[in-house]
Design a protein around this ligand. Sequence first.
Ligand code: UT7
Length: 304
Amino acid sequence: MVETSDQWIVDRTGIRQRHIAPPEMATSDMAVEAAKIALEARGIPATDLHAIIVCTVTPDMMFPSTACLVQDRIGAKGAFGFDLVAACSGFVYGLTTAAHLVASGEPKKVLVIGADTMSRILNYEDRSTCILFGDGAGAFLVETAEEGQEGFIDYLNEIDGSGGDALKMPAGGSRLPASHETVDQKLHCVHQEGNHVFKYAVSKMAETSRLLLERNGLSVEDIDLFVPHQANRRIILAVAERLGIPLEKVLINIHEYGNTTAATIPLATRDAVAQGRLKNGDLVVFAAVGAGYTVGANLWRWRF
Ligand code: UT7
């Protein structure tokens, strides 16, 4: 489709394979599967959920929200929910939001789902973006900690809208509704100034994670695992170097999935748990930078 090579993609991004949803599968379908797996792992019915947050930039449609579609399909009667649009930082913001909902009173359970079908918004004539993104979904259940146990510790999230032009899907909203022209000009696809995003991602992911640790009196030695958003292997390596964190403590799985936007962090965490790299009681930092710009880092004591 474009002039590229496996060598270029592997060298410049670290991506070896991606998963692409079949045509009949939309974001809510993947989100429902992720939700069911999470509920089953915890052994609770969907009716126990207080809220469902679906972090996505590729909802099935603008409205109803994907959260409503998921709520109905899994039978989470009585839950409320909404979609959270923060691109690659979506899941980190979802975790922050869920933690605060859970902390706000009665014991609660909030399901946070990161799900994106990026293949639907790629321009397969643009080699700088069409080789990067994949489809996927993952979910965390956030619930009230047991008496005396630590869970969510702190967060440092920030948006910088001055970077909005560097990564966007220009059409399909109220500014540029769908028309023949917007379709012809591929304005319903991802547009990215890769270099700009790359530099911003390295400096902000490192700075935010470092500040988050510092203000909690922690250093990278205290952290058991660093789970960064998976946009480019070179970004992750540069962030790790700036933080001075050894690669044994950094989860990298971009070679298997590409950049799945809001799904990278739950997919990476799932792999970390499966590989025995994240265990009950471990201290973990989740960090991301995405379109907006959006920036976020969360510090958690992992419980599972
Ligand atoms: O999820 C959050 C948002 N996204 C990101 O964090 C992504 C951030 N950016 C990146 O990961 C990288 O900037 C890219 C992977 C998008 C691009 O890598 P790069 O090393 O920054 O390449 P570049 O844009 O500086 O381009 C270098 C060259 C150019 O050719 P010339 O002008 O030097 O002749 C590009 O045209 O590589 C060319 N190029 C390609 N060549 C082969 C760009 N894409 C490709 C390609 N195959 N797929």
